[in-house]
Design a protein around this ligand. Structure first.
Ligand code: SF4
Length: 694
């Protein structure tokens, strides 16, 4: 591969390796990297279309203040001065950053250091809050740290793979391809637990179309069944865990008999018995979970209900065994490592006084934030309320992706000062900005990302910077310097930042944390091969039964089944589930302009069961208006038996550029999980009626 540049796909948490090779016509050929351990050369439809996204159409190429082109110096001076003025007048908690899993780890690190270490507020949160915050919280409760114990190979070594709230075929396609191959080669059993019949069900030996929100009941029922069946690993429970008795009792209270569990889950008794029997008898079991679990007002409890069953059977961190959270974004994991969430500090530290002091000493940051900041939904409500008066949005489009989008847009429109740094010129969010800062995009910027199996890979630039676009880390460091902290942000390259993060990870760490990446501090950054942290080659964690808790034991967490926060009613009789389609990414700011990707599904739609369609007067292919207490959207109707009666599905991708009224999150209420802060994007009570032209 003469001249090939090895980089990483920017779209999903599988984190596939990509090669970009110059062609004879002056363009680039994009292919899967056969040496990358995430994909071994495979790519999905989105990844293989990356070459069609490299043009400059729609790019933000110059800094703009109040819509006028200005120099970088003038734009940076404006941002620094306005943030400084708000902080001086109202204190550090009157400003905020809202960042993104699209940022590289080094960008994330610098943004966190500026906000938490030097501005002195923890008001920096990320769109990863919408994606996997419940898994983070569940893992911290169970394992003592935000750690995915397993590796992708586990899906190939398992005899049973349980997919919960995960349409792997469309949302993590290359991981799905690996699972399909494993099933062909070794006959892996696959159970899909999802209210919808999705594309992933094509390989399911059993599809449990459970009622929305019944996950905790289903897994509490499994825990009770495992006890009755003598399938618990009593030795593992005794030696490596705490809290089993209370958890088992709570599960038993919730799931006292199988008939009640089946009825509560909306499933047949035989289906439940089959799943429970397979789980009990199959040691090599992996349970994969994703947004269907996380995006819930009880998402953290759902994660712990799953993890409880793996702890009870001693199936954590061993080949072919374990609970496995798969993330939606390419760098959701990398952002978590450097404190990308408002309730975390860098290097996997939290806000205990010892951790705050440790990070503060390392950064030489005397005014470091000492308490958690506002999580995404709360942050935008604080903007609307006027307590946050200046916000910097980096590489994301919250005016489409957050719940209750009209309120988010109102909040930004009413905010005193809004900065957006992005590679895209026109989004629903850039339209509301006072200052626009052009950032490098994929193929132009350098740094690292971490995928769902803890594998750190390089993104490498192979294109020249377009216009005046700059790396995100550089933009943030320049603002920091203008606010008076130049010495702490004097980075010359992403490699400098990577090494500082690795050094912080090992700083004053007496070995009590198993997930520091200090071992990576001295590697040659430029030659970094994809490596799973903490040390290169750590495929699995906790296989020895030791966890990063005070006594080294994992925790069972008693959880009880609770219904979704909103109920259907006569006015809003249908439960809306939002999600993704195969060929679009997030709010379509990158994939929406690629004709062959839009050829898969070209319009926002709502999928509805035939009985509900008939009751609502809707016909397949017609137009419908969806209404909720929050807002409305206009959608194409798809009538399908894949939807259970009473439930509808609509994708979350469409922004106003591609559909004036197709943004489905306009309907979703800003209800969040009390532990994780993740919004309940999977359950909103709505009404549907035929669209009547005005
Ligand atoms: Fe990119 Fe994910 Fe597709 Fe891999 S599976 S090519 S990371 S979008």
């Amino acid at each position: 591969m003469t001249g090939a540049v090895r980089t990483t796909c920017p779209y999903c948490g599988v984190g596939c390796g990509v090669t970009a090779t110059p062609d004879t016509a002056g363009g680039w050929t994009i292919a899967g990297d056969v040496e990358h351990p995430a994909n071994f050369g495979r790519l999905c439809s989105k990844g293989s279309a990356l070459g069609e996204t490299l043009g400059l159409e729609g790019r933000l190429l110059h800094p703009l203040v109040a819509g006028q082109r200005v120099s970088w110096g003038a734009a940076l001076d404006t941002v620094a001065a306005r943030f400084r003025a708000v902080i001086d007048q109202h204190g550090p908690d009157a400003v905020a950053f809202y960042v993104s899993g699209q940022l590289l780890t080094e960008d994330y690190y610098v943004a966190n250091k500026l906000m938490k270490g030097f501005i002195g507020s923890a008001n920096i949160d990320t769109n990863s809050r919408l994606c996997m915050a419940s898994s983070v919280a569940g893992h911290r409760r169970a394992f003592g740290g935000d750690v995915v114990p397993g590796t992708y190979e586990d899906l190939e070594q398992a005899d049973l793979v349980v997919l919960v709230g995960s349409n792997l075929a469309w949302c993590h396609p290359v991981l799905y391809q690996r699972l399909v191959r494993a099933k062909e080669e070794r006959g892996t059993r696959v159970v899909v637990i999802d209210p919808r019949r999705t594309a992933t069900c094509d390989i399911a030996d059993l599809h449990l179309a459970l009622k929305p929100g019944a996950d905790v009941l289903l897994f509490n029922g499994l825990l009770a069944y495992l006890g009755r069946a003598g399938a618990l690993d009593q030795d593992y429970i005794a030696r490596h865990t705490n809290g089993f008795a209370d958890t088992f009792l709570a599960a038993g209270d919730d799931a006292c008999d199988m008939d009640a569990v089946a009825a509560g889950c909306g499933l047949g008794l035989g289906e439940i018995q089959e799943f429970y029997g397979w789980f009990a008898e199959t040691a090599a079991t992996v349970t994969v979970y994703s947004q269907g679990v996380n995006q819930s007002s009880r998402g953290t409890d759902k994660v712990n209900a799953i993890v409880n069953c793996h702890l009870a059977t001693g199936r954590v961190g061993k080949p072919g065994m374990g609970p496995f959270s798969v993330t939606g974004q390419p760098n959701a994991m990398g952002g978590r490592e450097v404190g990308g969430l408002a309730n975390q500090l860098a290097a996997h530290m939290g806000f205990t006084p010892e951790e705050v002091d440790r990070v503060g000493r390392f950064w030489r940051a005397p005014s470091i934030a000492r308490r958690e900041g506002l999580k995404a939904v709360d942050l935008f409500q604080a903007i609307e309320a006027g307590t946050v008066k200046a916000v910097w949005v980096m590489a994301t489009n919250p005016a489409v992706s957050l719940p209750d989008t009209a309120r988010v847009s109102r909040a930004l429109a009413g905010c005193d000062f809004v900065v957006v740094s992005d590679c895209v010129r026109e989004t629903d969010t850039t339209a509301l900005a006072d200052v626009l800062l052009p950032a490098l995009g994929w193929g132009e910027k350098d740094g690292t990302v971490t995928n769902s199996e803890r594998r750190i890979s390089r993104q490498r630039g192979f294109l020249p910077p377009p216009g005046e676009a700059k790396p995100d880390w550089w933009i943030i460091a320049q603002v920091a310097a203008r606010m008076g902290w130049g010495d702490a942000f004097a980075y010359q390259s992403p490699a400098d930042i990577f090494r500082e993060h690795a050094d912080l990870s090992g700083f004053e760490n007496q070995g009590e944390r198993v997930f520091d990446i200090a071992a990576l501090a001295n590697i040659d950054y430029d030659a970094l091969e994809p490596a799973q942290w903490p040390a290169p080659g750590t495929a699995r964690l906790f296989g020895d039964g030791r966890f990063p808790t005070a006594d080294g034991r994992a925790a069972f967490v008693p959880v009880r089944a609770v219904a979704p926060a909103t109920s259907t009613s006569a006015e809003y009789p249908l439960a809306l589930n939002t999600g993704r389609i195969r060929d679009q990414w997030h709010t379509m700011t990158r994939t929406g302009g690629v004709p062959r990707l839009s050829g898969h599904i070209g319009e926002p739609f709502v999928a509805i069961n035939p009985a509900d369609a008939a009751a609502s007067g809707l016909a397949d292919g017609g137009l419908a208006v969806a209404r909720s207490a929050q807002g409305r959207a206009a959608l194409r109707v798809r009538v399908t038996e894949d939807q259970a009666p009473g439930e509808v599905f609509a994708p979350m991708h469409w922004n106003r550029r591609f559909s004036a009224e197709g943004a489905i999150n306009a309907l979703v209420a800003p209800i969040t999980d009390a532990v994780s802060g993740q919004p309940e994007l999977k359950h909103t009570a709505i009404g549907l009626e035929p669209f009547e032209p005005a």
